[in-house]
Design a protein around this ligand. Structure first.
Ligand code: CO8
Length: 260
């Protein structure tokens, strides 16, 4: 399967894993409106596909995404940006109930770094580069950069990066807590697919509940977040996959999960 051709390519390279690739080599995969629209549509279609358990997002041709398309910004005024309502495209990714993994090679800058931070796991080649250099354009992050980076790496590193526009090597990003796994150059996607395959074999209801508890709990008061976790934990006790998981452990065999 491969749909949405052109700037966004959607495929299923491994069982239960949906892959979304951004392909605009002439601008290092910069995000114009068309890419954002197609990216959101691709993620949404995988989110609604019961045969897909995990989604991987990557860029083709050696880069993740070098940011919003700066050329497309040239003639835009405030009212144009407002009426584009592009946050709906980002929300489609942010609200995806299935795990999303970003596989990053090359540049993940501005909207590209923000796109990576919409994922639940970030796998990056050692040669990748992250950053939010919008300040150098007289702008600022507009797709979650000020908030997601803050939550990922804390106030003081975030402030330094956002205010100077300086970039982070993948190793610095990993040390700061922005990267889940470092890989050799050219291997981010293969490692991301390996992780995706592993997660795709897990019972999907447990996986979705874990994601929801972590994502929703992050911004809730601790007491509320712990209650949320407890409710999700209790909910799982009535699933067929919980019965199968426990039975398989006790019978010393491999479990066979059905997603029910
Ligand atoms: N937009 C448009 N074109 C781009 C972009 C971009 N973000 N990045 C690179 N390109 C183009 C270059 O203009 C160049 O085109 P051409 O060959 O026609 O001159 C081509 O890609 C190759 O790039 P370079 O020659 O510059 O390659 P280098 O290896 O010298 O440098 C860099 C690579 C470091 C990535 C450099 O191109 C760069 O700094 N790019 C801009 C990075 C940036 O500022 N990103 C932030 C953009 S603003 C933003 O993302 C706001 C987000 C708001 C959220 C909502 C929107 C998504």
């Amino acid at each position: 399967m491969s749909v949405q051709g052109g700037v966004v390519v959607q495929s299923q390279p491994v069982e239960k894993v949906g892959l979304v690739e951004i392909d605009r080599p002439e601008v290092r995969n910069a995000l114009n409106l068309e890419v954002r629209e197609k990216l959101a549509a691709a993620v949404e279609s995988f989110a609604n596909d019961s045969g897909i358990h995990v989604i991987v997002i990557t860029g083709r041709n050696g880069d993740f995404v070098a940011g919003a398309d700066i050329k497309a910004f040239e003639k835009l005024g405030s009212a144009d940006v407002l009426t584009q309502r592009t946050h709906r495209y980002w929300e489609a990714i942010a609200r995806c109930p299935k795990p999303v993994i970003a596989a990053v090679e090359g540049y993940a800058l501005g909207g590209g770094c923000e796109l990576a931070m919409h994922a639940d796991i970030i796998v990056a080649a050692r040669t990748a580069t992250f950053g939010q250099p919008e300040v150098k354009l007289g702008l600022m992050p507009g797709a979650g950069g000020t908030q997601r980076l803050l939550r990922a790496i804390g106030k003081y590193k975030t402030m330094m990066l956002l205010l100077t526009g300086d970039l982070l090597s993948a190793e610095q990003a990993e040390q700061a807590g922005l990267v889940s796994l470092l890989t050799p150059e050219g291997e981010a996607l293969q490692h991301a697919l390996k992780i995706a395959t592993k997660i795709a074999r897990m019972p999907p209801l447990a996986v979705e509940q874990i994601k929801e508890a972590v994502v929703s709990g992050e911004d809730a008061p601790l007491e509320t977040a712990l209650r949320l976790e407890r409710k999700a934990f209790q909910l799982l006790f009535d699933t067929a996959d919980k019965r199968e998981g426990i039975a398989a452990f006790l019978e010393k065999r491999k479990p066979s999960f059905t997603g029910r």
